[in-house]
Ligand binder design. Structure first.
Ligand code: ASP
Length: 331
């Protein structure tokens, strides 16, 4: 065999190996998923993030032909769960659903073991959710005006729930205290599922949380509704004033949710998972439930990785200075 023949043989063999390899990669992506997928929720079961995850997971399970299992990994305002996902194998079998906490964590935690902007695969934005400020039925104020007066007079005698540093309930409490110039007693919970149980039982005075969890309790008249955290009043709760119109200058929190995976998921697998999320966001069983809970699914133009990354970047810039001013940190 001369040199040219040897070289040709080597090239053919290399080509075959490449073809086989790309064939096997294509087959792996085509076959995906072949086993259950974990969708990790950073807060306790029964809370707003958990409710959204379970509605989506049920629909995605039908689309993917494999069970999407919701797992609750609690702690440190969502950063424990985010850390678990950042370190998971990037094989398309572990994902995280999270909210604004992903954007506030870099300011709140001095030693975060991951970088929110570079250590993840970004799947999509999901839905925006307003928050409501609620009191227990046993808590004296009946209206927002009464709440403000009572809060200014009683300050730290009032128990307010938070789901950890980085939770939106904590963020709402921080902004409330800044706006009212008063300090509440902040009670930590592993999520606002258990906080709502305490509010209903009268062990907790005040909870500021997503409508995904609070709307059913408001409609059932089991809590006192003071106001909403959006810039405009909500069509579903037209009588509830915004905190802004009640004198809390510039107050606005809208909770947004996104899905992340560990960095390095093969593009074809990420695209297949994204397709399943998008299909779920169009599934009438999901859209009806989400609408009932006061959440708004993001437009299709935002149901992609680039939109999530851009939004996360903007939110870090938005909340950073406000949180630095509040001087709350975890080491
Ligand atoms: N609503 C929660 C928060 O305060 C978390 C949850 O339980 O979903 O961030």
């Amino acid at each position: 065999m001369n040199f040219t023949q040897t070289l040709r043989g080597a090239l053919i063999a290399a080509g075959l190996v490449t073809a086989l390899m790309s064939g096997s990669i294509a087959t792996a992506a085509d076959a995906y998923p072949t086993r259950p997928i974990s969708l990790i929720v950073p807060f306790a079961a029964g809370g707003p993030t958990d409710v959204l995850a379970r509605v989506l997971a049920a629909s995605m399970t039908k689309n993917l032909g494999q069970t999407v299992v919701v797992e609750n990994r609690l702690g440190a305002g969502g950063t424990v769960a985010a850390g678990v996902v950042a370190k998971a194998a990037p094989d398309g079998y572990t994902f995280l659903i999270h909210h604004n906490g992903m954007a506030t964590a870099p300011t709140l935690y001095r030693k975060l073991p991951f970088d929110v902007l570079t250590d993840f695969s970004y799947v999509t934005l999901l839905a925006d959710v307003p928050m409501t400020l609620l009191g227990s039925k046993k808590f004296p104020p009946n209206t927002m005006v009464e709440f403000i007066k009572y809060a200014k007079e009683n300050g730290d005698k009032i128990n307010l729930a938070n789901a950890g540093l980085g939770a939106v309930s904590q963020l709402c409490g921080t902004l409330l205290q800044q706006a009212l110039g008063t300090g509440f007693t902040s009670i930590p919970y592993s999520g606002t599922g258990p906080a709502m149980t305490a509010l209903l039982g009268g062990q907790l005075d005040v909870l500021c949380d997503q409508t995904t969890q609070t709307l059913p309790q408001i409609k059932a008249d089991k809590v006192k509704l003071y106001g909403v955290t959006t810039a405009e009043r909500l069509a579903s709760l037209p009588d509830a004033p915004t905190l802004r119109e009640s004198g809390l200058k510039d107050f606005e929190i809208v909770v947004w949710h996104g899905i992340y995976g560990p960095k390095g998921i093969p593009p074809a697998i990420l695209a297949r998972f994204n397709e399943a999320v998008k299909a779920a966001l169009k599934d009438p069983a999901v859209t009806q439930k989400i609408e009932e809970l006061g959440a708004v699914i993001v437009p299709e133009s935002k149901q992609n990785p680039a939109a999530l990354q851009a939004w996360l970047t903007a939110e870090i810039a938005k909340w950073g200075p406000l949180l630095k001013a509040a001087n709350q940190y975890a080491d």
